[in-house]
Design a protein around this ligand. Structure first.
Ligand code: NDP
Length: 275
């Protein structure tokens, strides 16, 4: 299974499907990630707060794959915001991952109440300048956060990784991303599993002889998102990347659009202050 890549605004490219590993314990993330690699995933999305970078690193080392064929993302956590702390945290992540460079380093949340995200972004700009973070982006940023880091540094994040699924299609923010040249990465693309039993999604799946997860992943691909499905179940890991031999039609897309409710499964970034 070969996943297409999308061009980023820094001249690099990113595989459109990434393997999400949030809530996957370090003890099992190695097997899950190796299973993903065996099924064709080449992009892994971790974070320092997931406490599984060591296990992801072990999968990278054991995979036998060429490092240049992999795309590894990690993120700096809220308590590590600030210029110096971010630089220090980056070293810890690289060490745990056992690699010399990450493909993508993200500011995990703006945590704007602490007002350190612009300094954190400056540290990412420096890591990018050094070539150790090959690309840099943000996560959970709203329009004012995006505009501030761009205004203060002149550097546009390559991606903004945000909660996005049929309940929360993020139409306005996606339009701003398009205007600024930022790719949209969708986290909790299956609404953390909560949308798998939705009858509208189920009916579209029956029509195409595909599972609800495949319908949703296909929807993300067709609207231009980078999509990060998570599973620790080998059959599902395989199923979630087997989405390139069918296509949703306009009627399917309209039916999925009708599911918009604004419902989040995770926190609203304006109020998320966890350290
Ligand atoms: P998803 O929306 O990917 O849903 C995962 C859930 O769906 C799990 O319970 C999984 O079960 C189940 N599932 C997956 N595939 C299938 C399938 N084919 N059939 C049936 N059930 C399935 O959820 P996440 O919330 O984990 O988000 C995905 C990724 O997004 C994260 O792992 C992380 O990388 C990123 N993320 C980023 C955040 C951020 O702040 N930047 C916040 C949250 C997530 P099982 O594993 O048991 O198979």
């Amino acid at each position: 299974m070969s996943v297409p890549s999308l061009p980023m605004n820094d001249g690099r490219s990113i595989p459109q499907i990434g393997f999400g590993v949030w809530q996957v314990p370090d003890a099992i993330v190695t097997d899950a990630t190796l299973c993903a690699f065996e099924n064709g995933y080449r992009h892994v999305d971790t974070a320092s707060i997931y406490e599984n970078e060591r296990g992801v690193g072990e999968a990278i080392a054991r995979s036998g794959l060429d490092r240049e064929d992999l795309f590894i993302t990690t993120k700096v956590w809220n308590r590590d915001h600030g210029y110096d702390k971010t630089l220090a945290n980056f070293e810890v992540s690289l060490d745990l991952l056992g690699i010399d460079e990450v493909d993508l380093y993200l500011v995990h949340w703006p945590a704007a109440m602490y007002d350190l995200y612009a300094d954190t972004w400056r540290a990412l700009v420096e890591l990018h300048r050094q070539g150790r973070a090959r690309s840099i982006g943000v996560s959970n940023f709203k329009a004012p956060h995006l505009r501030r880091v761009i205004d203060e540094t002149g550097i546009v994040p390559v991606v903004n990784q945000i909660e996005l699924h049929p309940w929360l299609p993020q139409t306005e923010l996606r339009a701003l991303h398009a205007e600024l040249g930022i790719l949209t990465e969708a986290w909790s693309p299956l609404a953390s599993g909560e949308l798998l039993d939705d009858p509208v999604i189920g009916a579209i799946g029956s029509k195409h002889d595909r599972s609800p997860a495949q319908v949703m992943i296909r929807w993300h691909l067709q609207i231009g998102n980078v999509v990060l499905p998570k599973s620790i179940t080998p059959t599902r890991i395989k199923e979630n990347i087997d989405v390139f031999s069918f296509e949703l039609d306009d009627e399917d897309l309209a039916a999925i659009a009708s599911l918009e409710s604004g419902r989040r499964t995770g926190p609203d970034p304006d109020y998320f202050d966890e350290l």
